[in-house]
Design a protein around this ligand. Structure first.
Ligand SMILES: Cc1cc2nc3c(=O)[nH]c(=O)nc-3n(C[C@H](O)[C@H](O)[C@H](O)COP(=O)(O)O)c2cc1C
Length: 411
């Protein structure tokens, strides 16, 4: 077992702060709080590299006060993107391009984190706003020729222009090497946490689920065979990543509706990932569909928290809870009740990028502005002071003076 004695992930609170705002230390990385910006694909990249959009998007999330800021799923190979606009880190030049983002995120007091992935058979489509419609031959006129994806088995699901190539052992070695190179570039780019994307029906998950993996070599068959590729990716990333920095691994705790990969499988996988030096399991779900009795995960508030809790306790690993977390109290209770070690938000942060500051306020943190950049915090503190002065001291006089000036009776 690989362990690291410098980590302090304990959630014991000795500062009087809500748990959500206690620091999270793992290896040499110390996040100022336990709020994570979940990875969110943006479809604004150019040949994989980030554009001004990512600087704006991650910039506003970093200034919003989260402790850890994940960039979107970033492909380890050009053909491992879903779309022509997906992020990638498959060229040398990408490292310096992402460095602009990581420097800025760090300047805001947040930890820059990258999610590495490979789309596998889900490659070659349009972006999310076009519902990932498959690319067709006539998209070539817009410079978007369809390409062939990779998969453990040649099953055209979701339907694409080309049947995915069933990976032979050379293909597997090539992709593992791409994970290795991408991990090394992520170090050069200044990331402090790397996460492997093993969820949502992408390549790693395709190997895990019996729905998508019909192989009869050492990478298929029983759970041991189906886990082999996922574990080899873990070992590859572990070897290439600095030993004093954390590695997270995102999994789908269960397949999507009709799937076959279940929670007990995820517990087995999480134990194996831990043995291979993965520091934390980021617990999501879905992405592979089939025709079994497996129900869909109902999209209720906190819809994946119970999975994070089970995996945390049964596999004895750190976990992130994500999915339908929108309220400060809800996030705080997940930590208080020991269900996860970190909470991640995605869509709520698109609605309110400053959610961490609002959550600090809602949970009674003495100076909720502290998580914001000082330029904002300073002015907001002043406004608070003015507000309380107006209310507590000169309230009536100030109000009536203004009413007089405006010739109104109400202000
Ligand atoms: C715009 C958007 C893009 C996403 N892209 C990714 C991604 O790149 N990688 C990933 O693992 N999950 C991705 N997700 C899923 C989120 O990370 C998150 O798990 C999910 O949205 C549930 O959290 P929420 O209820 O707080 O939105 C994306 C979600 C959204 C809304």
């Amino acid at each position: 077992m690989i362990t690291n004695s410098t980590s302090d992930t304990s959630i014991a609170d000795n500062s009087g702060l809500p748990l959500l705002f206690t620091p999270f230390s793992l290896k040499s990385v110390k996040a100022k709080n336990r709020i994570v910006v979940a990875p969110m694909c943006q479809y604004h990249s150019e040949d994989g590299g980030p554009t001004n959009w990512q600087m704006m998007h991650l910039g506003r999330l970093a200034t919003g006060g989260a402790g850890i800021v994940f960039g979107e799923e970033t492909a380890v190979e050009r053909r491992g993107r879903k779309t022509y606009a997906c992020a990638g880190i498959y060229k040398k030049e990408h490292a310096s391009a992402y460095r602009h983002l990581t420097d800025f995120i760090r300047l805001q007091g947040a930890i820059p984190a990258i999610q590495l992935g490979h789309s596998g058979r889900k490659a070659s489509c349009h972006t999310a706003v076009a519902d990932w419609r498959p690319l067709r031959d006539d998209d070539a006129k817009d410079g978007m020729s369809p390409w062939q994806g990779l998969a453990p088995s040649a099953i055209n699901q979701p339907p694409r222009r080309f049947l995915p190539k069933e990976m032979d052992h050379d293909d597997i070695r090539t992709v593992l090497n791409a994970f290795r190179e991408a991990t090394l570039r992520s170090v050069d780019a200044g990331y402090e946490i790397v996460e492997v994307h093993g969820a949502h029906g992408y390549l790693i998950h395709q190997f895990l689920s019996p729905v998508s993996n019909h192989r009869n070599d050492g990478y298929g068959g029983d759970i041991k065979g189906r886990m082999r590729f996922a574990l080899e990716v873990a070992e590859t990333v572990y070897d290439a990543w600095p030993k004093d920095k954390p590695i997270f691994y995102r999994i789908s705790a269960v397949d999507g509706e009709g799937g076959k990969w279940g929670l007990e499988d995820s517990i087995t996988l999480s134990r194996e990932l831990k043995v291979r030096g993965m520091d934390l399991i980021d617990v999501s779900s879905g992405g592979i569909f089939g025709d079994t009795e497996m129900p869909p995960v109902p999209r209720v508030p906190g819809y994946q928290v119970a999975f994070a809790e089970r995996i945390k306790h049964s596999a004895d690993v750190l976990t992130i809870a994500v999915g339908g977390i929108t309220e400060a109290e809800q996030a705080e209770n997940i930590l208080k009740e020991g269900k996860a070690d970190l909470v991640a938000l995605a869509r709520e942060l698109l609605w309110n990028a400053d959610w961490p500051a609002h959550a600090a306020d809602a949970l009674g943190v003495k100076d909720p502005f502290e998580v914001l950049p000082e330029e904002y915090a300073h002015r907001l503190r002043q406004r608070e002071a003015q507000k309380s002065m107006a209310i507590n001291q000169g309230g009536k006089e100030t109000k009536s003076a203004w009413n007089k000036l405006l010739d109104r009776t109400e202000l």
